[in-house]
Design a protein around this ligand. Structure first.
Ligand code: ARG
Length: 587
């Protein structure tokens, strides 16, 4: 949109002050101080603060009393019961202004009510300094490698790769929001056994041999792959020649690497993958398996020298404690495989990229592989990864053509858009349909726990009701229009006016807005993007309840309530940014 009068998600202002952490982290820090002061012998015992199970009793609760009571037993002056521990914790709580009241419940739970006055100034300050000041603590400055998407050359990118692309992109955005230094890596399969088969097939199809290969040979990679695979499966001798071709390819025999074959196949695949990334607006740095080829032999030699890998049946293996099978880092015929590459990648990412956190987003089927790589990688001096996400199955159980899937989602929403906005230009319709259609696919994926399968349904994901991107985009546009139609300049207003919380629905909305930081922290701490979509849904609900009961424009509280509207819209926009969904201001 030409002119968006609302505040941007990232302020143009100079560097914001360092983040003080999420609401939960701030409360935990306060309780940490009180714990250390009240029970010096237990100092350092982590304070446990969680959202309250029942909002009737409080917003958060501290659950340390029971555990501390047990640990203090037998010490001189030990409190006689958990409630006494809880009372001591409350008595030593430092003055932060955050806590309006506390109450004890059950054996020794401490219920905490956040102060509305504190919330009001927390929101006012955020509107002035930018929402990045709300980033949870613990992520800024960390160097994180996110290995995601990672499809295989010459094979079709399937829904599992789409899921990895969407989840990985959200994790990367969220880490970036928190100030982490993120390297987004596309570990494409450009070096596997399939190449021997493909190259050999091309070479034998043309009497002139490989040097005559052209783009025609790779025009339809699906056709090429299927034909080559069929020969590979049916002809033992061809299979053998294909295997030799891989070894030669990996040894770098020039003609295989020439533009005529390997490069041509990779380029053709790359063009296909890019169509998906363009539609989804995903940025990734390609660093495929081939990148690590020169490192494989030194890495295996090093693992052998250090005694981490050992010879077994002619192969070189890493035996990871507790694992059923070893990680084979070099096969008995001397060849390297997927596992060797991942070992080299771990080393490179830790030593050269200086990663202190490596996140792999790939299908659950590979979890045991990553457990082994993690084990082997740790032995090697670094931390490994962890598997992620279950295999996605499309309804028919086979691979769905992803480009078509995305375009269909977009196409299906076009009529709705035209109906609602008959005045829109074709470009505007295109922009809205893309935001909603592609956004719907992303949202449908992200709102599910990453380890569950879900049923892919256009009707569900494009619904204007319920927890969908379309619903959320409408909700945001509606709030944006309330602000716009007020005729006030909210960025000017934010400089002078303050949020004042009187009505109970105002307080509830303000608390929900402020909980954004908790959602971001949970998303990263557990690598669960659905924490963000859940949060967004609760935020829309809190806003609706506020708007039903509280008049905004024309009320005596107009200034403060406009700021609440703006804070809601800004927080929603930031969530969209984390989820990789294009924001719309007018629908
Ligand atoms: N190319 C692999 C596949 O399609 C995923 C790669 C995941 N990343 C890695 N470092 N192994 O299953």
């Amino acid at each position: 949109p030409a002119a968006a009068p609302q505040l941007p998600t990232s302020p143009a202002a100079a560097a914001p002050p360092p983040a003080l952490g999420s609401l939960r982290q701030r409360l935990a820090a306060a309780f940490q101080q009180s714990l250390d002061a009240a029970f010096p012998s237990m100092a350092g015992e982590p304070a446990i603060v969680n959202p309250c199970n029942n909002p009737k009793f409080g917003d958060y609760q501290c659950n340390n009393a029971m555990g501390l009571h047990g640990k203090l037993k037998g010490q001189p002056d030990a409190p006689k019961n958990p409630r006494a521990v809880a009372e001591a914790l409350v008595a030593h709580l430092p003055e932060t202004g955050m806590v309006a009241e506390t109450s004890l419940a059950g054996p020794g739970f401490i219920n905490i009510r956040i102060s509305p006055d504190w919330l009001a100034s927390h929101l006012t300050t955020m509107l002035r300094q930018g929402i990045s000041t709300w980033a949870p603590a613990g992520y800024a400055g960390r160097r994180v490698v996110v290995d995601f998407s990672s499809p295989n050359v010459a094979k079709e990118m399937h829904v599992g790769h789409l899921r990895s692309t969407i989840i990985g992109d959200t994790l990367a955005h969220t880490l970036e929001f928190c100030g982490a230094d993120v390297l987004r890596l596309n570990h494409i399969g450009d070096w596997g056994t399939q190449f021997g088969m493909l190259i050999q097939y091309i070479a034998e199809k043309r009497p002139e041999g490989l040097n005559a290969a052209s783009d025609e040979d790779v025009q339809d990679l699906q056709v090429l792959y299927r034909a080559a695979k069929q020969r590979f499966d049916e002809e033992e001798a061809f299979k053998q020649r294909a295997r030799e071709a891989v070894t030669e390819l990996q040894g770098g025999r020039p003609e295989y690497l020439q533009a005529c074959a390997w490069q041509r196949i990779c380029d053709a695949s790359r063009r296909e993958f890019q169509k998906i990334y363009d539609r989804l607006g995903v940025q990734l740095q390609e660093r495929g398996e081939s990148f690590y080829n020169p490192m494989l032999k030194p890495v295996v030699d090093d693992l052998m020298q250090r005694g981490i890998a050992e010879e077994s049946d002619g192969a070189k293996c890493v035996f990871v404690e507790g694992a059923q099978i070893p990680l084979i880092v070099q096969k008995s015929d001397g060849g390297f495989g997927y596992a060797s590459t991942d070992m080299a990648a771990v080393k490179h990412r830790i030593e050269t990229e200086k990663a202190d956190w490596i996140i792999y987003v790939t299908d659950m089927g590979q979890s045991s592989h990553f457990d082994l790589v993690g084990g082997g990688g740790r032995g090697h001096g670094g931390g490994g990864g962890g598997g992620d996400g279950k295999k996605f199955r499309s309804r028919s159980g086979d691979v769905v053509r992803l480009v078509e899937l995305l375009d269909e989602a977009k196409q299906r929403i076009v009529d709705t858009v035209k109906e609602r906005r008959p005045d829109a230009t074709p470009e505007e319709i295109e922009e809205m349909a893309a935001a909603m259609g592609y956004g719907a696919v992303k949202y449908a994926d992200l709102k599910n726990h990453r380890t569950t399968n879900y049923k892919f349904s256009y009707d569900d994901m494009l619904s204007q009701q319920g927890n969908t991107a379309v619903y959320q985009l409408y909700a945001h546009a509606r709030i944006a229009s309330i602000v716009r139609k007020s005729g006030r300049d909210v960025s000017e207003l934010a400089k002078t006016a303050r949020v004042v919380l009187g009505h109970e629905k105002e307080v509830a909305l303000a608390l929900q807005i402020a909980r954004f930081s908790d959602a971001v922290d949970e998303c990263l701490a557990e690598l669960l993007p659905h924490r963000i979509t859940e949060y967004l849904y609760d935020l829309s609900t809190a806003f609706n309840q506020f708007y039903t009961e509280c008049q905004v424009v024309g009320s005596p509280e107009e200034d403060s309530r406009l700021l609440l509207c703006e804070a809601t819209a800004l927080t929603m926009r930031t969530c969209f940014q984390l989820l990789g969904i294009q924001v719309l201001y007018r629908i």
